[in-house]
Design a protein around this ligand. Structure first.
Ligand SMILES: CC(C)(COP(=O)(O)OP(=O)(O)OC[C@H]1O[C@@H](n2cnc3c(N)ncnc32)[C@H](O)[C@@H]1OP(=O)(O)O)[C@@H](O)C(=O)NCCC(=O)NCCS
Length: 150
């Protein structure tokens, strides 16, 4: 299984059970987390939803959400540490759909669609240029290191 070492994001919940298995009490750990860096060894692969579409005549009936549920369950069962999806900058409905489900915006792939199509399509009257990257992170960190700030 793939293991990725990465710095924890500032808004990410630290793996408390692991941290407390190595040190304590919690307020003392919180003190050095506030002035240090938290690094995680994350076990598992990243899964990405590449294409998801529901027939227009049966949209808004919960089918897309059921498919997302299935994707999340499968990814978790197979040991993924993250489920990702990307959608166009002009897709207002899609942005609502994914965020209602629990996806967080984690980045923007600027000019992704311009590079792919070599022309600019419009979506909801908005030039479709950028890919909004979103993910759901699963909590399966297996180790951590904290570096003390100078
Ligand atoms: C995006 C898509 C997959 C959603 O599938 P769906 O079965 O209609 O979605 P759901 O019924 O599960 O919607 C769940 C919630 O997401 C939000 N949502 C879904 N579509 C929305 C839209 N067009 N506008 C605003 N909110 C939307 C709503 O909050 C909805 O709950 P509600 O109907 O109770 O208000 C579907 O609209 C689709 O196939 N679109 C065309 C293809 C596409 O854009 N795919 C995504 C590419 S990234």
């Amino acid at each position: 299984m793939k293991t990725t070492i990465r710095k924890a994001k500032t808004d990410e919940t630290p793996p408390w059970s692991l941290l407390l298995s190595a040190d304590g009490p919690k307020p003392e750990i919180e003190k050095y987390l506030a002035r240090g860096e938290l690094w995680l060894a994350v076990c598992g692969d990243e899964w990405e939803i590449m294409n998801l579409a529901v027939l227009q005549s049966v949209q808004r009936k919960g089918i897309g959400t059921r498919l997302l549920n299935k994707a999340r369950t499968l990814a978790r069962q197979q040991g993924a540490h993250r489920l990702e999806v990307g959608t166009g900058n002009g897709g207002a409905g899609q942005l609502v759909f994914y965020q209602r489900f629990g996806f967080r915006i984690v980045g923007v792939d600027v000019n992704f669609f311009v590079k792919r199509w070599h022309k600019v399509w419009k979506q909801n009257g908005i030039p479709l240029r950028d890919m909004v990257r979103m993910d759901i992170a699963f909590d399966n960190q297996i180790d951590m290191r904290v570096r003390r700030s100078p």
